[in-house]
Write a protein that binds this ligand. Sequence first.
Ligand SMILES: [Zn+2]
Length: 414
Amino acid sequence: MSDLSADLSALFDSPVAAGPKSAWPLRWGAPTAEQRGPLIAARDPTQRNVIGTYAGVYSIYRALAIAARGLASNHQPNLTNTSPAARIGPHPQWAGEDKIVSLDPWGHLVGEVFRAERARGIDIRPTIAVTRAHVDMPEIRAAFEAGRIKADGDVVSAQGLVRVMKAAIDPVWYLPGVARRFGITESDLRESLHENTGGMFPELVSRPDLEVFLPPIGGSTIYCFGDPQKLGDTRYPLACRVHDECNGSDVFGSDICTCRPYLAHGVELCIEMAQAGGAGLVVYNRKEGRALGEVTKFLVYNARKRDRNGDTPASYFTHTEGVAGVRDMRVQELMPDVLHWLGITHIDRFASMSDMKIDALTEAGITIGESVPLPDGLIPTDARVEIEAKLAAGYRGGGAIQVEAPALGRGLGE
Ligand SMILES: [Zn+2]
């Protein structure tokens, strides 16, 4: 037996994996990190108190690197000088089992709050990292050159660079809380996750005592404009864009949807709010193609473009449902958690028209002052089919968008 398969069988056959409670019990929602206890997704089965492993979707690459002998299986991160570049929390929302169920609120602080445990060799890793950066987006540079955004030496430099605090967040699911959020039983959730991932995580069904799952899915990144200490402080107004990834538009400028234009408009609103003494926040969620994935998305593009009746708002969702079975899998029910993590209870200007996002925030107790629609002039010609389909399906704030005759999209001949 190879070392690797010996390791694997140790993981699944050991007495600990078979049943006894972890030596490190977790109390999700406890008011302090010490009372909550560390999340331990170590390889050593005697340490583990969660299902899954660190690094979200990248855990698979780590496994491959270890298999290919490119990475020592016992490597533990050296966290010297990696602590958060801005203080976030603790906020009252961090306590209790209901406000936050899909990330670890203490995830950026493990180097500090679990220093003693880490010093004893327990493999506890951050699931959140907080740093600072400058961003330089062509749309923002155009706004700077047009005089809509001005240098202030703080948020925007004389050269037009924008200062941000940003944080990367890996998903951490508290299974009883996730189940409650969707109104299903925890056992139905565990069985579905087990059955529909090819049995990838046997502990979902064999270890009901392990209540936390680190799923191998994409996480979120937040960008904060202005002083991060103003986030969650209702004395300061907040502009916010919650954006779900659309790689084709966000990065490559595809003109079939409004994703990048809305993202850039959201960034401009955030800068404007930060310069007016408030703060701005962009939450970027890795939920490509409404969490249906890019393969599904491109199949749908072809179905739309080859439709005998043309690409129209009326058939926009029909094609998605035909390929994927549903219109959307983004589970906006979990989206408010990151705002709870930041202590946010009110958004003054929300750069979105999505009824699903607005409803999810309202349901989570986060109030919205104003939903800011995408200006008509920023909608690419070929994205009118999408925006009109969404308006017909419940998008808010459509008064700002002119619909004279239903839009027609292009055919496949590009
Ligand atoms: Zn898009």
